[in-house]
Design a protein around this ligand. Structure first.
Ligand SMILES: C[S@@+](CC[C@H](N)C(=O)[O-])C[C@H]1O[C@@H](n2cnc3c(N)ncnc32)[C@H](O)[C@@H]1O
Length: 235
């Protein structure tokens, strides 16, 4: 594991492992299925009305960052890729446009699934599978992927007002089930620092690298707006 350097401004570097994993933010409605269903129902209507795909979490650069890394890693075009909590499916559109042919997106929000399917259809992308699945209770249901991508979904799960700790543990277990041995996991998070993610994914995963993300300075400390980490699944 890397040294316990701070990647968020103001983070207390003397935190215990337990404090690192629990984090220092409160839960919120962004951790509930109702919130996401309402949000994507509205975005679906807007998409139908004016063709706007809605919010791209962490901005377009967060997708480009992942795509650049995949290109650099020579991830083959036919690699099985899972987008966990796909939202509007725009990341899948970008992956398909970059030549990836074996793509699956899942989301537990029925409205997100409908929106992602509509967005892909409008782009004439027909070979992407979109499934309505709760990642936390999908053991064995999804099959084995070479690459799993998460942009904001683990963050949302971490904010669930109920069973937050259990949710995070279920996520790690589900991820182990969904990834092939030596498969790669790319996570972009705005809630967790590098140290916290290394701690949370320490069982069954190896740290591969951190992708550079924009930095800011506050109170004499430097931090990252988002953290983007690559892990490899061990056997
Ligand atoms: C912050 S949004 C990010 C959406 C998308 N990844 C993006 O980058 O635009 C979080 C997404 O995770 C989904 N989500 C949250 N918990 C989930 C779960 N247990 N299983 C599947 N999807 C989940 C939400 O419905 C929502 O689409």
């Amino acid at each position: 594991m890397e040294s316990n350097e701070c990647t968020r401004a103001g983070q207390d570097c003397s935190q215990t492992e337990d404090e690192l994993v629990r984090g220092d933010f409160t839960t919120s409605k962004l951790g509930t299925k109702e919130y996401w269903n309402d949000a994507y129902r509205r975005e679906l209507q807007t998409f139908k009305d004016i063709g706007d795909v809605g919010e791209i979490w962490f901005g377009e650069e967060s997708m480009n960052r992942v795509l650049r890394w995949m290109e650099k890693e020579n991830v083959p075009g036919d690699a099985a890729i899972l987008d966990i909590g796909t939202g509007n499916g725009v990341l899948l559109v970008e992956l398909a446009k970059s030549g990836y042919t074996n793509l699956t997106g899942i989301d537990y929000s029925a409205a997100s699934v409908e929106l992602a399917r509509s967005v892909l259809r409008t782009e004439n992308i027909c070979n992407v599978e979109i499934k309505e699945v709760d990642f936390l209770s999908c053991t064995g249901e999804l099959g084995c992927f070479d690459v799993c991508i998460d942009k904001g979904t683990f963050d949302a799960i971490s904010l669930n007002p109920e069973n937050t700790e259990e949710g995070k543990a279920c996520y790690v277990q589900a991820l182990r089930g969904a990834l092939k041995e030596n498969g790669l996991f790319v996570i972009t998070s705005c809630n967790w620092t590098k140290e916290q993610l290394l701690q949370m994914f320490s069982q069954g995963f190896d740290f591969v690298k951190e992708l550079p993300t924009p930095q800011f300075q506050f109170g004499g400390k430097t931090g990252n707006i988002v953290t983007a980490i690559i892990f490899k699944r061990l056997h």
